[in-house]
Design a protein around this ligand. Structure first.
Ligand code: TRP
Length: 336
């Protein structure tokens, strides 16, 4: 294990059900990296409260996110899965990183600009402003080599690299400089009703979004009523045929079939045939996913003990890194 490169990523517990875009874009990647990396994955509840959360919802969504990650194939024997707030070192190193970040530097984070514009200037919190700096601490605490994220997180990983280098230059080599692990071929999944926008929980209409925990019948129906393009030919052409291309991407990523093979298989068959088969493939995928998630939710003791073990493993690593950083900074050690 020790010789494997380390990977770390986080996912927010704000959405309730994961959607198909989360799964095909990110979570499948997490599952794959367990085989090649010493992987740490966390549910980032500290990040979640940068936007107001109902306490009961936050608690339920945190368990739900962990249950879905396990249902998707994260294996606590092969990776470390934990809840961010269970490891207090995140907030502690976050403070240190706040004190190394320029105000102007933080102001250039584009995700903050987008999110604060949505919140309104008066309602956006300082926590939202420093969100990327907490993310820096998340990554550096584990000496991660590789950070599997989507393209939208590239700037935050760049900030992580800058702050790690800054700390190392000023205080001596302490942190590993991480690299973003952004897989170009990773499927970009689009809204089923508006294939010009990414699938997301703020979808065009509920029919555009496939939630993995929806009733499989609802999911099948959404696939069958996805917008398609004029014409009848099943051909991948992201510009000319965005609707059909999106369905081909989903089908191919879900089943492992090549897009070229799918084009051949459906030659002369029309959109309906593709939709029926894709709807079946989706039902075959979401049905066991839902029941595995439900099993974890029905047994919160098991789930919580998996998370307790994960937090313990995570904390051993995080505490060592924090102690080193505190020492280099010149904090007086507490006498035991
Ligand atoms: N900001 C990330 C997102 O919204 C979530 C996140 C928090 C994260 N901490 C992280 C991702 C550390 C990678 C590494 O997707």
């Amino acid at each position: 294990m020790a010789t494997r490169p380390r990977a770390l990523s986080g996912i927010q517990p704000t959405a309730g059900s994961f959607h198909l875009g989360n799964y095909l874009g990110a979570i499948r990647q997490y599952v794959a990296l367990q085989e090649t990396h010493d992987a740490f994955y966390m549910v980032v509840d500290l990040h979640a409260i940068t936007i107001p959360q109902e306490p009961a919802d936050l608690r339920a969504n945190t368990r739900l996110a962990a249950a879905q990650l396990l249902a998707a194939g994260l294996d606590p024997q092969r990776c470390t899965l934990f809840i961010q707030s269970h490891v207090p070192e995140h907030a502690q190193l976050g403070w240190v990183m706040n004190c190394l970040t320029g105000f102007g530097e933080a102001s250039r984070m584009t995700q903050f600009k987008d999110k604060s514009a949505k919140q309104g200037a008066d309602r956006a919190t300082v926590g939202l402003f420093t969100y990327p700096i907490l993310q820096v601490a998340d990554i550096l605490l584990y000496q991660a080599d590789s950070v599997p994220v989507g393209e939208d997180q590239r700037q935050h990983v760049e900030l992580t690299r800058d702050l790690a280098e800054r700390f190392n230059t000023r205080f001596g080599s302490t942190f590993t400089i991480p690299k973003p692990h952004i897989v170009k071929e990773v499927a970009k999944i689009y809204d089923l009703q508006d294939p010009s926008i990414k699938m997301s929980k703020s979808a065009s209409t509920p029919k555009g979004l496939v939630n993995l925990l929806d009733d499989p019948k609802v999911t099948a129906k959404k696939i069958k009523s996805a917008v398609t393009d004029t014409g009848t030919e099943i051909r991948f052409d992201a510009q000319g045929k965005p609707g059909i291309s999106n369905l081909l991407t989903i089908y191919s990523t879900l089943t492992g079939a090549d897009i070229a093979d799918l084009e051949q298989r459906y030659e002369g068959k029309g959109y309906g045939a593709l939709k029926v088969d894709l709807a079946d493939a989706m039902v075959d995928f979401v049905t066991p996913f839902r029941s595995r998630t439900q099993e974890y939710l029905d047994d919160p003791e098991t789930l919580d003990s998996i998370l307790a073990e994960g937090a313990e493993k995570a904390r051993a690593v995080a505490a060592e890194t924090l102690a080193q950083a505190y020492d280099r900074i010149g904090f007086l050690p507490a006498k035991h």
